[in-house]
Design a protein around this ligand. Structure first.
Ligand code: PMP
Length: 383
């Protein structure tokens, strides 16, 4: 389809409708509905048909360490990382999970399985708001949420969660505690070229990825971990075996097809706009431009500023275009979430991320129409 390209502008995002201020604009969650449009344009390319008699077994690859991993998905994960250059897959075990959320819990279980004293689980604030609750949900005696990694003074073993680029603020991160024997889990959900320059292939002990934020298929609930240590990988597999006896095959096959189409799209030099990452990157760039203009017009908010980096995938320099806007209310407004709520814009307070309520996180991944209403309404908020 030669005509396919993102044409986001303040005019067409609203589809000609007027903004009714009684309508709630809900940008609290990071639901990646923005991606629907690309996949609609792709038509039947990612359609998967599964006859009723197929894929009925619990097992996918009985001889593999991760016995419930579909070989086709494993193949496409390796291929996509190679095409994008964002992670090393050689010498790694792939563990598939019901979203990277399940793999996060599996990693905590695996690292603390034979602990003689409880681990603290920490992450530098502002940290992803689900980490504290997910860490403490089972009230394990073996690990406990320990808060902001920058203020971590407790002695004893710890696991540091490094989210890069970070949710909520979009900055590229490194570990901050750096004590001997510390365990690192790298959550690389957003390390894809539509959001951030791919500066090198990530090469960490345990890396988490998800289709939710790479291709926009959050509803498929598929994530994967690249794990160096086979003993840790085995324990993660054990956790998934105990909690869900594997991961939906239907979803894995769908994910394999979607990843295949993404990798294929990167190789079609004659139709550059069909390139999944080019398409989504241009869309994000347009959205960030519109958001920065709206913030300027309003005059009461601020946004983070980013240094450009050279992206090996796109072979050019660009500034990060995060999946969330980390918006700060400047001046007298102390509670940014309540303030925006009074304008029927729902966001998530900085409080949930371990920082001040003068910040909010706003999803940049909603549909064009919602995003269009949002920037327009924001630009008209004055004190
Ligand atoms: N990690 C981070 C940093 C995220 O932002 C998210 C999604 N909001 C997840 C993990 C969870 O992803 P999944 O849908 O794969 O469970």
């Amino acid at each position: 389809n030669q005509n396919m390209h993102p044409t986001l502008s303040p005019l067409n995002v609203n589809g000609g409708d007027a903004d009714d201020r009684r309508n709630v604009i809900n940008l609290d969650h990071g639901d990646p509905t923005m991606y629907e449009r690309y996949w609609q344009e792709m038509g039947d390319k990612t359609t998967v048909v599964i006859p009723g008699w197929q894929f009925t077994s619990y097992f996918s690859d009985a001889g593999n360490l991760c016995w419930f991993l579909e070989p086709e998905l494993a193949k496409e994960i390796v291929r996509l990382h190679k095409v994008v250059g964002n992670a090393i897959t050689e010498g790694r075990h792939i563990v598939v999970g019901t979203g990277s959320s399940q793999l996060f819990l599996a990693a905590l279980y695996a690292f603390t399985d034979d602990a003689s004293e409880p681990f603290s689980v920490v992450s530098a604030a502002p940290y992803y708001s689900s980490y504290p609750a997910a860490t403490d949900c089972l009230k394990s005696g073996l690990y406990k949420w320990g808060g902001d990694a920058r203020n971590f003074t407790k002695t004893g073993p710890y696991i540091e969660l490094v989210t890069s680029p970070n949710n909520p603020d979009g900055f590229v991160r490194k570990s901050v505690v750096n004590r001997r024997g510390g365990i690192l889990v790298h959550d690389l959900a957003y390390y894809w070229p539509q959001y951030t320059p791919i500066t090198s292939a990530a090469d960490y002990e345990l890396m988490l990825f998800t289709v939710s934020k790479s291709t926009g298929h959050a509803g498929m609930r598929i994530g994967w971990a690249l794990v160096k240590d086979p003993l840790i990988a085995k324990k993660m597999v054990k956790y998934i075996e105990l909690s869900t006896i594997g991961v939906s095959k239907d979803s894995q096959l769908r994910a394999a097809k979607v990843l295949k189409v993404v990798s294929d799209s990167c190789g079609i030099a004659a139709r550059p706009r069909e390139n999944f990452f080019t398409y989504c990157h241009l869309l994000m760039a347009e959205r960030w431009k519109l958001l920065r203009e709206a913030v300027k017009q309003s005059g009461i908010f601020s946004l983070p500023e980013f240094e450009p980096g050279f992206c090996n995938f796109f072979q050019c320099l660009f500034e990060p275009l995060p999946a969330f806007a980390w918006l700060k209310c400047e001046g007298v407004i102390e509670d940014c979430e309540s303030f925006l709520k009074s304008h029927n814009i729902w966001t998530r307070s900085g409080r949930h991320f371990g920082v001040s309520p003068s910040y909010v996180r706003v999803s940049m991944l909603d549909r064009d129409r919602t995003f269009g209403f949002f920037v327009k309404r924001l630009s008209q908020i004055h004190l």
